[in-house]
Ligand binder design. Structure first.
Ligand SMILES: [Zn+2]
Length: 313
């Protein structure tokens, strides 16, 4: 089975031609300055025929188009329900009609974290498992859940997506979502600069030399032995691990797959979360496995085949 796949990210869109578990060809379009989806779609339509040729196939040989986007999506009606700053106009665009008219193919759309889970389930770290939770540690903390081989979607299409907004501290920091002490407001990428700036005694830390501290600087300085960096890093690990236990209790997975840029430090993160989950999650049946994502930025594209072959319910 072959498919065209689009992953609409914050600063770029990636297009791919996929055959089963392989990405045959891909191209990244810079969308940094494009605020609207309408401005990008003509470039997408122009790129696909050449990309298909590169993959030694033709559009007519593909079974459909899959779209992943960082927005709340109701895949049952094929529409974006709610966006956060980027691609505001996507709620008003009938992507299914656009695809039929310009590419001659049916289209399905889904939230990007769910697409990443589908990709890892089909071709990556979660192959062979039917009950999966995905955590993506990035600017925010993304999430998705699969139960008994089916993506969890829920009545308002947001079930399983808000794992980064599970409260971890009742007296913690205010989150952008309105709650207090969310995993994301305590240890999401966007929260780190503020957390570091306010840390007692930060002036004596190597972290003070950076205009803004991201995970990269935090983990590097912790590796070099800076005590405050170690304390803040370990606090992040604890928050992620507490979030993972909450996700285990909520969704009963066999495996938690963790992805995101900070997983360059998987050697620190995975053993910590694994041992914390083992110690603190109530799973009398056995041990939940915690594994790093395998597909990196291609995960959402490789979710194309399972999304397109999903039985509509
Ligand atoms: Zn929140």
């Amino acid at each position: 089975m072959k498919a065209l796949a689009i992953d609409f990210g914050g600063t770029h869109a990636t297009l791919g031609v996929v055959e089963d578990r392989s990405l045959l060809a891909s191209e990244t379009i810079d969308t940094h300055r494009a605020k609207s989806m309408a401005a990008i779609l003509p470039r997408v339509a122009d790129s696909f025929p050449a990309l298909a040729r590169q993959a030694c196939t033709r559009l007519e040989e593909c079974d459909g188009v899959s779209v992943g986007i960082a927005a709340l999506v109701d895949s049952r009606i094929g529409r974006v329900v709610s966006t956060n700053v980027k691609y505001e106009d996507s709620k008003d665009i009938d992507l299914g009609a656009w695809s039929r008219e310009t590419l001659g193919l049916p289209l399905r759309i889904e939230n990007d974290a769910r697409m990443a889970l589908l990709g890892e389930f089909y071709a990556g770290a979660a192959r062979g498992f039917t009950d999966v939770v995905m955590m993506t540690l990035g600017t925010g903390i993304g999430g998705a859940a699969m139960i008994e081989g089916k993506l969890l979607r829920g009545k308002h299409a947001q079930a399983g997506c808000l794992g980064g907004h599970l409260p971890t501290l009742f007296n913690g920091r205010r989150c952008t979502c309105g709650a207090i002490g969310c995993a994301e407001s305590e240890a999401g990428g966007w929260a780190i600069p503020g957390l570091v700036k306010e840390w007692p005694g930060i002036a004596s830390s190597a972290l003070a030399q950076y205009a803004e501290v991201a995970f990269k600087e935090l983990f590097e300085e912790a590796d070099r032995g800076d005590e405050i960096a170690i304390t803040i890093r370990d606090r992040c690990l604890q928050i992620w691990a507490v979030d993972a236990v909450a996700l285990v209790h909520a969704y009963d997975p066999e495996i938690i797959v963790i992805g995101g840029g900070v997983m360059k430090s998987a050697d620190v993160i995975i053993p910590y979360v694994q041992s914390y989950v083992q110690k603190h999650a109530w799973t009398p049946w056995g041990k939940v496995q915690v594994r790093p994502a395998e597909l990196g930025n291609n995960a959402a594209l490789l979710g194309a085949i399972p999304l397109l072959s999903e039985i509509r319910t």
